[in-house]
Design a protein around this ligand. Structure first.
Ligand code: UT7
Length: 335
């Protein structure tokens, strides 16, 4: 059986910084509320016409491929996680294949929201373990700003999210010690509508109905979140799935060198840190600067932590995510 490891990492965020004060000019909110409830100070928003979900993913991917030290044509497969694709179909995986001009590698799109990158990494791990592929490009990218309601009506959701992309080249490991040890994935669809964009899919709402309705007050195209319910479930599921991963590898929280939690809310990450008795240097957070970038948040944070030298060869790295679906998961790896 082969083992997989992360061979290269990269991220890209749009240059436009949007502070909490900037948002308070668009809606009734304020810096103190946002920082106190979420830890967020600022986020990045794409400039319309400049960045796209695919384009940001491609920028992150180029860095990851270069750092992996492989030629782009050595990539056997592409996995793209996003909830904000450029097109309803086809998904952004094939657009990356086109824009990077990677021969005819297969491309798969993952629709698992905040857990998207963890799910995508798990898929990549299995393909490499089975021997089917050697190098897989895994991308998480989100352009949220174009889909947010930036009026007071949408403030409970819109102040949290930001745009950006992260990418990893996942490769067959030449060194047995450096490997993804396990991944654990879960879902609970009974809570699907608690954090969702409820616009019915094309299968259930006919174009003729949409045209006939033409209703400017139709809120079904805006994201909805039952914030407190999501928060309460998140803290429980994060803890469970991290313990599940550690247990499967005969580890305890003390073995964690670096925990990268999905950047949903700084309060959630702090709760987990406290619960597991982790020191500040064992957890990496950057939600303060980027907000919640959904499928991109883990690869962006992982890349930053690696760039800062906080992850070394031999480090035990834990990724954990929870979000819409509900879906959640964890990855345990040795760097
Ligand atoms: O990444 C996917 C997973 N997502 C999450 O994990 C998010 C989990 N949930 C959360 O992070 C928190 O629930 C939020 C940060 C979204 C909200 O914090 P909260 O402490 O649960 O606030 P709340 O929704 O209960 O709202 C409290 C008050 C309300 O006013 P009243 O009813 O008490 O008068 C809201 O209308 O704060 C008001 N409010 C705001 N005020 C200023 C809601 N949004 C804002 C805002 N600025 N942006």
């Amino acid at each position: 059986m082969h083992k997989a490891h992360i061979r290269g990492l990269g991220f890209y965020v749009p240059p436009k910084v949007v502070t909490n004060d900037d948002l308070s000019k668009l809606m009734y909110t304020n810096d103190a509320w946002i920082q106190e409830r979420t830890g967020i100070r600022e986020r990045r928003f794409a400039v319309r016409g400049e960045d796209t979900t695919t384009g940001m993913g491609v920028k992150a991917a180029k860095i990851a491929i270069e750092r992996a030290g492989i030629d782009k044509n050595e990539i056997d497969f592409i996995i793209f996680a996003t909830l904000s694709p450029d097109y309803y179909f086809p998904g952004p995986g094939v657009l990356v294949q086109r824009d990077l001009e990677i021969h005819t590698a297969g491309a798969l799109d993952v629709r698992n929201q905040c857990s998207g990158f963890v799910y995508a990494l798990s898929v990549a791990d299995q393909y490499i373990r089975s021997g089917m592929y050697k190098n897989i490009l895994v991308i998480g990218s989100e352009l949220h700003s174009g889909g947010l309601d930036l009026t007071t009506r949408g403030r409970g959701v819109s102040v949290i999210f930001g745009d950006g992309a992260g990418a990893a080249v996942v490769s067959r490991s030449e060194d047995e010690q450096s490997a993804i040890l396990s991944t654990h994935l879960h879902s609970q669809g009974q809570h699907a509508e608690e954090l969702a964009l409820l616009a019915p899919g094309m299968g259930s709402r006919w174009v003729t109905d949409i045209l006939e309705d033409n209703n400017p007050d139709d809120e079904s195209y805006l994201p909805y979140m039952n914030g407190q319910f999501v928060f309460k479930n998140a803290v429980v599921r994060f803890s469970e799935v991290i313990m599940e991963g550690l247990g499967a590898n005969q580890m305890t929280p003390a073995d964690i060198d670096m925990l990268i939690p999905h950047q949903a809310n700084l309060r959630i990450a702090q709760f987990i840190q406290k619960k597991f008795g982790l020191k500040d240097q064992q957890v990496y957070n950057n939600i303060m600067r980027y907000g919640n970038t959904t499928a991109a948040s883990i690869p962006i944070a992982l890349t930053e932590a690696w760039e800062k030298g906080l992850i070394q060869k031999g480090s035990t790295v834990v990724l954990a995510a929870f979000g819409s679906g509900f879906t959640w998961g964890s990855v345990i790896m040795k760097w």
